[in-house]
Write a protein that binds this ligand. Structure first.
Ligand code: SF4
Length: 479
């Protein structure tokens, strides 16, 4: 769960990239520029930037991100009955308003922050009046994910604790999603008697104990006491704790899932399962962007063939196509260093503008079709990397919780994802990507099309082993 921090408040939080640096004994990278960045057509680029910046004030989603930040989503998701609560054992949290965007903006917001030159300015800069939880504003403020991971997921209704936990994670370079989820997992183990006060150093690790969060975070960073067990994340901790602790895990490929319930947006469930780096909520675009004809995805991505509305709970071919095409788009965004919050469908930078910007910067006469092929090639390279590392189709599976109905709230007893339908959708995604529907390995035809034929014939795990592990994953999902 070690991240990489940039200027104290901008984070490459997920996937343990900080541990990769640590394994190479690299503590920091400092860059000092000595000359300008060469731009092919500066005048056009500046015009496009000006036009896009103006949209940040008028375009609905960009304006909402600026005004309220991502944390504004907490109260609405709770009202809809899908707020991850008590390690996802519940879906409604009575204290949601105390950890939500309205309270943050009214009581703690100092100003809005931004990444370099971004007109959206979606970030929060906060201060806490209570000296016990005082924070250094340089470390930024909590996002939606952080508020839920340390808030409702741990049963904690203190915004002060959420803000301080966010600051601590940024100081200690811990991913807030994985850190919060790992503490929530430990709380579930404690409530079930798998951990006792002997294990916790006397801490009463029940859901809702706000006083447990901050000391435990410090202990995780410094590998002290229970923190040493939790330091490598919940998946590793479950192995150390044993006694069936795996049943409280909410992970995909060992990574803790972000704070979005796939039972209200099934395409997101496909993303969680299919993302090469483990559960990732920005592997593709989210289902509500395509819910109606006037939804932002249907409008902004119509030129990709995604203009038709698709129900958020569908797992049919139309939904799989959205996940496939937008997994290429989001891979392209990652290749370019484009923020998903500043670009369509989440926000205002459209595909034509993006293409024009790339032309202006590089001088290449590049088309959107070619750019999407770059994204597709990237997505296929992710797959090949995992294939080489022995991460196969059996890992493309959701935690079993999501194949069961909601336990409480307005959606109680409903919306279990049909597992057979889900597995069929995964196979269809492989096929749409030009990957083998059984193994998920890119076919020779697709590799040749993308100019990746040199990677044909990568070693593959034994097919019997693969079948066995898929069966095991299925059994686990039913547990
Ligand atoms: S929209 Fe993206 S680039 Fe802009 S401030 Fe927010 S996170 Fe940074």
């Amino acid at each position: 769960m070690a991240g990489i921090s940039n200027e104290l408040s901008h984070f490459n939080g997920r996937n343990g990239l900080g541990a990769v640096m640590g394994s190479k004994n690299v503590k920091a990278i400092a860059v000092r520029g000595t000359s300008d960045v060469a731009v092919h057509d500066k005048e056009t680029l500046q015009r496009l930037y000006r036009e896009t910046s103006e949209l940040a004030h008028t375009q609905v989603q960009a304006h909402a991100l600026n005004q309220f930040g991502t944390i504004a989503g907490v109260e609405g998701v709770n009202a809809g009955g899908a707020l991850p609560t008590n390690n996802w054992q519940n879906a409604v949290f009575p204290g949601a308003d105390k950890i939500g965007g309205k309270r943050l903006n009214e009581e703690f917001l100092v100003k809005r922050g931004a990444c370099y030159m971004c007109p959206v300015r979606c970030k929060r800069v906060v201060a806490v009046p209570d000296p016990v939880y005082a924070v250094d504003s340089e470390y930024g403020g909590p996002e939606y994910e952080t508020a839920i991971a340390f808030g409702s997921c741990c049963g904690v209704n203190s915004m002060e604790v959420v803000i301080k936990a966010n600051e601590l994670c940024n100081r200690l370079t811990l991913d807030t999603i994985s850190a919060g989820m790992t503490i929530a997992f430990a709380m579930a183990c404690f409530e079930a008697g798998l951990l006792t006060k002997d294990d916790t150093g006397g801490i009463d690790l029940k859901f809702g104990n706000e006083h447990a969060i901050l000391p435990l975070l410090e202990d995780m960073a410094h590998r002290r006491g229970l923190g040493a067990i939790l330091a490598d994340g919940s998946s590793a901790a479950a192995k150390k704790i044993g006694k069936g602790a795996e049943r409280f895990l909410l992970t995909v490929k060992g990574q803790e899932i972000p704070m979005h319930d796939p039972r209200i947006k099934t395409g997101l469930g496909l993303q969680f399962a299919l993302a090469p780096n483990g559960a990732d909520h920005w592997f593709a675009q989210h289902d509500p962007f395509f819910a109606t004809e006037t939804s932002p995805g249907c409008i902004a991505l119509a030129q990709m063939g995604l203009g038709r509305p698709v129900a958020p709970l569908s797992l049919g071919p139309d939904k799989v196509r959205i996940v496939a095409y937008t997994s290429y788009l989001n891979a392209l965004y990652d290749d370019l260093g484009v923020c998903v919050f500043a670009a369509v469908a989440r926000s205002m930078t459209g595909l034509d503008t993006l293409t024009a910007m790339i032309r202006a910067v590089t001088g290449w006469d590049v088309s959107l079709w070619e750019l999407l092929k770059v994204g597709e090639r990237t997505n296929t390279l992710y797959r090949l990397f995992n294939q080489k590392q022995g991460v196969n189709a059996s890992a493309d599976m959701l935690p079993g919780l999501f194949f069961k109905p909601f336990a409480d709230g307005p959606l109680a007893g409903t919306q279990a994802i049909d597992q057979a339908e889900f597995e069929e959708a995964v196979r269809l995604y492989y096929a749409m990507c030009g990957w083998d529907p059984d193994t998920g390995h890119p076919t020779m035809g697709k590799l040749s099309e993308l100019g990746l034929e040199m990677y044909a014939g990568l070693p593959d795990a034994d097919s019997d082993v693969r079948r066995a592990s898929r069966a095991a994953a299925r059994a686990d999902a039913h547990a």
